[in-house]
Design a protein around this ligand. Structure first.
Ligand code: RRO
Length: 306
């Protein structure tokens, strides 16, 4: 028996459920194409805004126990550069999802419209950057703003709208429900977890920006819990993101209710070979369990709970 590992998110058909996460290799068409050719089922760009942004001074990333801590500060060349990059990434023939951010409802709507005009297949609203004050988390921690931003983007584009949520909040379910109220077609859970690392010799935070966002294996169980809670609470697809490093991590996310998972920090440990490794591990697991496709797995642990 050969199992089907294809999946569908808000009308997007993916050949496999392993999506490149926003923020990794996602600014140029060439790097996005490389990831797609290594086997990703879809790719998400770095978050683009209306204007170019330098980001923070270095150090912007530090390796810590169980993952990476970053405070890049949204460096990006501006959404107007996306159209040209799309020409290159299109050659790989996988869905391209543009991550967009803004400071207001109208910024998000305009950035999403420009992404649509550039030819992407979906937009992912980054309402969850953990440390850039004027954007991201301030929106993602306010349930009514999440709903308003989502609704404003939905009015402006025909593309599927995915909303990426922050875990730095008391109830992620409350925010997920507000995204649904605004018309979200899918939810990505989660962005990075607010965290800190200190250099004991110079006796100050290592990152230039101070506090950053933690990604990688250290946050896997948090992300899994968020997916589980959201899947039980809403009827739209959930994309898991946070610490997926092996095929068995991915299976946990599917069982918790994810229809696909995003891969970011794990690329640092396994290089782009990770995409082929994940596919082969998932296929063998499905065959061993006698499952013809991954749809049978999605949310099974919610239905089987003790
Ligand atoms: O650029 C960043 O510093 C950044 C972003 Br936009 C984000 O969404 N999450 C993150 O950990 N870093």
């Amino acid at each position: 028996m050969s199992s089907d590992i294809g999946t569908e998110i808000a009308g997007l058909r993916l050949r496999n459920p392993f999506i490149l996460a926003a923020g990794i290799l996602g600014i140029t068409g060439h790097t996005l194409r490389r990831v797609a050719e290594a086997g990703a089922g879809a790719v998400v760009t770095k978050s683009f805004g209306l204007e170019p942004r330098m980001g923070y001074p270095n150090p912007t990333v530090v390796e810590v126990q169980g993952g990476l801590l970053n405070a890049m500060g949204l460096p990006n060349p501006g959404i107007d550069t996306l159209k040209e990059e799309m020409e290159e990434v299109r050659k790989a023939n996988v869905p391209v999802i543009a991550s967009v951010y803004g400071c207001s409802e109208t910024d998000y709507a305009e950035a999403a419209s420009k992404a649509e005009a550039a030819g992407v297949d979906a937009v992912e609203l980054n309402v969850s950057c953990p440390h850039v004050k004027e954007v991201g988390t301030q929106i993602g921690q306010d349930p009514d703003l999440v709903s308003a931003v989502t609704a404003s983007v939905k009015r402006s584009v025909k593309l599927p709208v995915i909303v990426k949520l922050t875990p730095n909040i008391t109830s992620i379910v409350e925010i997920a429900r507000k995204a649904v109220e605004g018309g979200a077609d899918a939810i990505t859970a989660i962005n990075t977890v607010k965290a800190l690392s200190i250099d004991i010799d110079v006796q100050k935070p290592i990152l230039a920006a101070g506090i950053g966002g933690l990604s990688g294996p250290a946050i896997k169980s948090i992300a899994l819990r968020c997916v589980y809670e959201i899947h039980k609470a809403v009827d739209i697809p959930v994309i898991g993101c946070g610490g997926v490093t092996t095929w068995s991590d991915a299976v946990e996310f599917f069982l918790a209710g994810a229809s696909a998972v995003q891969i970011g920090t794990a690329i640092m440990y396994r290089d782009l070979d990770i995409f082929a490794e994940l596919q082969s591990g998932l296929r063998k697991y499905l065959e061993r369990k006698g499952f013809e496709n991954i749809q049978r797995l999605i949310g099974l642990a919610c239905r089987n709970e003790n």
